[in-house]
Design a binder for this molecule. Sequence first.
Ligand SMILES: *[C@@H]1O[C@H](CO)[C@@H](O)[C@H](O)[C@H]1NC(C)=O
Length: 305
Amino acid sequence: MAKLFLSISLLILAISQSLFQGVKSSASFTFINKCDQTIWPGILSNAGIAALQPTGFALQKGETKVLHAPSSWGGRFWGRTHCAEDSDGKFTCATGDCGSGTMECSGAGASPPATLAEFTLDGDGGMDFFDVSLVDGYNLPMLVAPTGGSGHNCTYTGCMVDLNGACPSALKVMNADGEGVACKSACEAFGDQEYCCSGSYGTPDTCKPSSYSQLFKTACPRAYSYAYDDKTSTFTCTGADYQVTFCPPSTTSKKSTEEQATPATPQLNTGMVYEGADQMENHAAPWYTHIQGVIMAVVMVVALL
Ligand SMILES: *[C@@H]1O[C@H](CO)[C@@H](O)[C@H](O)[C@H]1NC(C)=O
């Protein structure tokens, strides 16, 4: 009799496991524009997987847009700035342009410099891997914040400070008015293998942070500042949804010129940095993960009878 109970219970456990895993097979992304200007997010899905649509759209100041990713989706997001259509209807942007000539990027990536948010959903161990990268330079402050997920480093990442004003002149990209609109990586600006982690510098042991990458790292400690910056820049979550915020509130407030000149001291008062900060600190496991534990306990008890 106990054997019958045990096998029935195991069956129930197996069914519940597949059911509850099915609850969260993919993630939603909420794009929020807190910039003073319209942003045109671009999306590039990794090769060989179902693409996230649309591949580009306009996000007005203050606007929010939700997209649902296919399961096991991977790819990158970035923000394009100062976009316009010319008289021939060709769409181009001053930063982050993908060269498609249209609002949608249709499989084309950002031309650097651009701040990138990179995701691999449902990767190793069922975890989502994500990061914000300045390896291809910087054009906008971005915050990636998981909601509702679990994991030991399931927390926010990003580059919350305005690096355009503070960018060293050798790396600075300016618009026609002489205003800084982006900041190149040292690799892009100088092309040295040492900065690009290529050639004889193509391994984690040989490619070290440079004074330029350290400038990015000091300003944005959670973001990738050079190719092998993995340890401090890759975050993981299980069962999370994500908010991708352009110009999170700490950066839109007026800064003194002194602060702008010193990127080394980002002003991040923890807890007041952005709306919903308390939500980001919530590492609690989603409710359905507990159900399995309860069922497991019931199985144990029944098996012991
Ligand atoms: C987060 O966890 C992953 C997987 O354990 C690890 O590789 C990564 O270095 C961690 N990231 C941080 C910022 O601690």
